[in-house]
Structure formats: structure tokens, C-alpha cells
Design a protein around this ligand. Structure first.
Ligand code: SF4
Length: 313
């Protein structure tokens, strides 16, 4: 089958930096033990499993906030993930006497600094992001009374802000175009609102690439974790903006041959937290795939998925 290998795809600068920080911590014998990661360092379970082999303990529970997760840690070192945390979490870690390492991505820092500056100047913030995701949790946690999380038009209808000064911004991994559209709608109600689209450049170039390439494909495959927002947005963009059916898979074993019954060309991309080796295996499988040949339909991964960390410096 013809495979369009969409570029850029895969690891972004923030993910590489967070992984480097985690691996360095694992080998740093001066750090207090145990070493915990507050949530998944990046949203990819294979990476979390691989870090576990290095002795790093990931504390994750989707029903709990970062602050609640921190409550379960009594001693040692805690690493904050690329998605960022609120000052409240940092202060609580200090109060507990924990050593902490902050792996927040520089782009998340930039958005959160913008929010802090605007609040200090008397603004309310309308923050476009995904509910129950750690990045918006960190942003709203800056000031829950002043930062209003909006995910869709339904949330917008419930919003009532009595402040002339309003700034609109967003989670770094949202769809660039969805954010633009939602911001336009918000400005109908709050025409004086200032808008800063903070979809990060790594996310934006990956989204532009899938839009450009998926138009020429019959099916899109996005390789990544179900919890990864940027991964899910790539599939969403293929379907809503390129009109190409998209399937998100974790690795080659998730592929259903029936997806390719009438397919001549498939576009492949991956989320910013997906290890390159997993995507390469998917591409090789699809290049060899022939719908009429059952022998090409299924493949067990030959990768060691419990030890899939990339080579870092
Ligand atoms: S997707 Fe963007 S904000 Fe998120 S870690 Fe990567 S570079 Fe940072």
C-alpha cells in the first residue's frame, strides 16, 4: 500500500527535554529516593513503563488532581511533567519537604506567564482547553476565580464574565483552527477581549502537515496514546478539515485490516510523545500490506515496548 509519511511527526522539543530530565534524575545518585513522577511524564504508556525500569515511579490516577496525587507522596523527589503544574502544587511540594524537579515545557511556561501577567493587570482569562487534562489544570490553578476553562460552544453559553478586561488564550496542544474559531465566537460576546493563540509551534507544524497530506490519502493513521491531546487532535484535524477518516493506534498490533478495504493510500503521522521506533514499525507494516493477502494483515510488534526510550544525549 502507498504510505505517505507525514513530516514533521513524533517527538517535540518539550517531550525530549522532559525525558532527558527524567532519565538524568534516574541516574543522579545525589537525589533523595524514591523518585516519583507526578502523572505521566508525557502521555505515552510505553514511555512510562520504560521509565519504571529505571526506578522512576509514576503516580497517575485520572480521577485525581495533581494536588491530590501529591498527597500520596511522603518523601523523596518528585518530577513535575511537561504539562506544567500550578504554583499551589509547587508550594505544597516545598511544604512537604520534597525535593522537586520541574520538567514543564517552555511553551507551557510561556502561556502560564502570560496568564499571570494579565491577571496582575486586572484581566479575566478565557482559557480554551480540555477538561481533566493536566495542562489546563495547571493554568486554571493559577487563579481558579479568574481563569475560565472553555472546551466548546456549550461551555461558552454558560460563561458570564463581568469585566471589561478579558484575555483569551489556550492549551498548547489544541487544534490551531478550532481555537481560532472558538475565539471568534467568544469575541462576539466580549468584543474587547484580547486574543493570543498559544497552540505551540511544534503542535502547529504537525497539524499543518497532516492537513496538507491527509487530503491526498484515503485513510489516516495516527500513532499515539489515547490520553495524548495532541495525538487526538491530529486525528480530529484529518477527519474534520481534510475529510479523511482517521484511526488512532498505540502500535502496529492495533491495526484492523478492514480499515484498508478500499484504501490505496494511507497517511501516517504520530503524536508528539510517540517513540519513533513504534511509528517506523507501523509504516513498514503498512508498506507491506496488501488487502487481498491475509498473510500481510496482522503483526506482533517485535519491539521491546517495555524499554522504548529514545537515545538521549
Ligand atoms: S506539544 Fe508543544 S507544549 Fe507540549 S511538550 Fe511538545 S513542544 Fe511543549
Amino acid at each position: 500500500m502507498k504510505v505517505i509519511k507525514v513530516t514533521p511527526r513524533g517527538f517535540c522539543v518539550g517531550v525530549i527535554s522532559a525525558l532527558q530530565i527524567a532519565v538524568d534524575a534516574a541516574y543522579d545518585s545525589t537525589l533523595p529516593r524514591p523518585i516519583y513522577i507526578l502523572g505521566n511524564i508525557v502521555h505515552n504508556r510505553f514511555i512510562s513503563n520504560s521509565l519504571k525500569r529505571l526506578g522512576l515511579i509514576t503516580i497517575e490516577d485520572k480521577s485525581k488532581t495533581r494536588l491530590e496525587l501529591l498527597d500520596t507522596i511522603a518523601t523523596g523527589t518528585v518530577i513535575f511533567t511537561a504539562h506544567g503544574v500550578s504554583d499551589e502544587v509547587i508550594n505544597q511540594a516545598k511544604a512537604k519537604g520534597l525535593h522537586f524537579i520541574n520538567a514543564t515545557c517552555k511553551y507551557v511556561h510561556k502561556t502560564n506567564d502570560y496568564i499571570k501577567e494579565k491577571i496582575a493587570s486586572g484581566y479575566d482569562i478565557i482559557y480554551i482547553g480540555k477538561k481533566n487534562h493536566p495542562e489546563p489544570e495547571g493554568a486554571v490553578g493559577i487563579n481558579p476565580k479568574k481563569v475560565h476553562l472553555v472546551e466548546n460552544t456549550h461551555d461558552l453559553q454558560k460563561l458570564l464574565i463581568r469585566n471589561e478586561k478579558i484575555a483569551i488564550t489556550n492549551q498548547t496542544t489544541m487544534s490551531f483552527w478550532d481555537v481560532e474559531e472558538l475565539a471568534k465566537l467568544i469575541k462576539k460576546t466580549y468584543p474587547k477581549a484580547e486574543f493570543l493563540n498559544e497552540t505551540c509551534s511544534a503542535t502547529q507544524v504537525r497539524q499543518e502537515a497532516i492537513l496538507k497530506k491527509a487530503i491526498h490519502a484515503d485513510v489516516t493513521i495516527v500513532v499515539g496514546d489515547p490520553l495524548s491531546n495532541n495525538t487526538n487532535k491530529l486525528a480530529h484535524i484529518s477527519e474534520t478539515r481534510a475529510n479523511t477518516k482517521a484511526y488512532r493506534i498505540e502500535n502496529v498490533e492495533d491495526i484492523n485490516p478492514e480499515w484498508f478495504k478500499d484504501c490505496k493510500t494511507v497517511a501516517v503521522t504520530s503524536g508528539a510523545s510517540t517513540p519513533t521506533a513504534i511509528t517506523s514499525e507501523v509504516i513498514a507494516f503498512l508498506e507491506n500490506f496488501v488487502y487481498r493477502d491475509n498473510n500481510t494483515h496482522y503483526q506482533k510488534s517485535t519491539l521491546n515496548l517495555e524499554n522504548i526510550l529514545p537515545k538521549l544525549k
